[in-house]
Design a protein around this ligand. Structure first.
Ligand code: XUL
Ligand code: CO
Length: 431
């Protein structure tokens, strides 16, 4: 046991606690017939909590961490302390990129060996603590070799390096019984069309993803393959822009039954959508996989990856998820980082605990809205006209016969209120 967290005990559910505790998240609480912990399936993101030094575009490291350094010893200490935090929080899952957990080697093979050594450490710690892997992923965006993309790179050697990296990460995810494998195309896009062959790059990306799916079946990985949409940042334009764009891409390459999406709140906002829009669309398209739960600063206009603290927003997100039947193999990953002034180890605990409480409040409010039929009742009433046999038959007819009927019957549609303010007031009663 390290002394990094200064002896903070595992957090309890205690609404009246003075210090660090859960006030709304009782993992055992039954909501809609299921434990809260099973609904929410929280995960800690290794990168933000343990690999990010607190830098911003104007300054570097602000955090002092005993595991800073590019050695295997540091990587082992980092793993040690990460699992201490998972136990304090009682989170069931974590997530990693290869680059978060191991030092880069002098060659691909050395990087892979470093990585696999830490994967073995994880294997032991996961067995000892019961913490599981929500998803693994490859960092195909930080190193300068990926500056012009990974699968979409103009240089086939980078495509090869990327494919080998994903194979290694998928193998490790399988070995650790990961629930999902995520691909986020941080540099799969372009800075300027002046130097970009977009058609070729999209073909490369489609073939790359197909190879990942083929490999998943070859090794018998039972988890879901997920794409994480994001419209831009770091590149000016990213090909996996939003849920709708990803769905079109999957259809084009015949992968719509093989690949789902990991939807991040901040990315939805960057794409000009709400989180609930992206979730609802993914549900309707049958590709809702998992979520990255964070928030952006609405003034700064970039992906600030802050811990969630807006209960009404989170409520509407879980509402869409509950309507989808829950997260399934997915989970709630806190792809969120501290603010760079939050220096203390206890800030890490407080950030996650606060976020878990916000999610618990949101999920419980969403469940009550569903159970009370508070929104679904009015929604059903709004579309009731479509439940008649005549309306259904119209969808199987054609413009000629519809036009003939309209001429004969002459029913002039009667406009009806959309009741938005009333519905907003209903939501307000639950949050
Ligand atoms: C970047 C982002 C990533 C993915 C995993 O904006 O969200 O951290 O979640 O690569
Ligand atoms: Co993310």
């Amino acid at each position: 046991m390290s002394d990094f967290f200064g002896g903070i005990a595992p957090l309890a559910f205690d609404p009246d606690a003075e210090g660090l505790a859960f006030r709304h998240y009782d993992p055992q609480e039954i909501v809609m017939g299921k434990r809260l912990s099973e609904h929410l399936r929280f995960a800690v993101a290794y990168w933000h909590s343990f690999a990010w030094p607190g830098g911003d575009p104007f300054g570097g490291q602000t955090f002092d961490r005993p595991w800073w350094g590019d050695t295997m010893e540091a990587a082992r200490l980092k793993a040690e302390i990460a699992f201490e935090m998972f136990e304090i929080l009682g989170v069931p899952f974590f997530c990693w990129h290869d680059a978060d957990i191991r030092p880069e080697g002098a060659s691909f093979a050395e990087s892979r060996r470093n990585f696999e050594e830490i994967v073995a450490v994880f294997e032991e710690k996961m067995a000892a603590t019961g913490v599981r892997l929500l998803w693994g992923t490859a960092n195909l965006f930080s190193h300068r070799r990926f500056m012009s993309g990974a699968a979409t790179n103009p240089d086939p050697d980078v495509f090869a390096w990327s494919a080998a990296t994903v194979k290694t990460c998928l193998d490790a995810t399988h070995r650790l019984n990961g629930e999902n494998y995520v691909l986020w195309g941080g540099r799969e896009g372009y800075e300027t069309l002046l130097n970009t062959d977009m058609g070729r790059e999209l073909e490369q990306m489609g073939r790359f993803l197909s190879m990942v799916v083929e490999y998943k079946h070859k090794i018998g990985f039972p988890g879901q393959i997920l794409i994480e949409p994001k419209p831009q940042e770091p590149t000016k334009h990213q090909y996996d822009y939003d849920v709708a764009t990803v769905y079109g891409f999957l259809r084009r390459f015949g992968l719509e039954d093989e690949v789902k999406v990991n939807i991040e709140q901040g990315h939805a906002i960057l794409a000009g959508h709400s989180f609930e829009h992206e979730l609802a669309l993914a549900r309707e398209l049958g590709i809702l996989g998992s979520i990255d739960m964070n928030r952006n600063d609405y003034q700064s206009g970039w992906d600030t990856d802050q811990f969630p603290n807006n209960v009404p927003e989170v409520t509407l997100a879980y509402y869409e998820i509950l309507k989808a039947g829950g997260l399934g193999r997915g989970g709630t990953n806190f792809d969120a980082k501290l603010r760079r002034q939050s220096l203390d180890p206890s800030d890490l605990i407080a950030a996650h605990a606060g976020a878990m409480d916000v999610c618990a409040r949101g999920l419980k409010a969403a469940a009550r809205m569903l159970e009370d039929d508070a929104l679904e009742g009015p929604r059903r009433a709004r579309y009731a006209g479509w439940e008649t046999p005549e309306a259904q038959a119209m969808l199987d007819s054609d413009l000629d016969s519809i036009a003939a009927r309209v001429e004969a019957d002459g029913v002039d549609p009667r406009p009806r209120s959309g009741q938005q303010e009333k519905l907003e007031a209903i939501v307000n009663r639950y949050v």
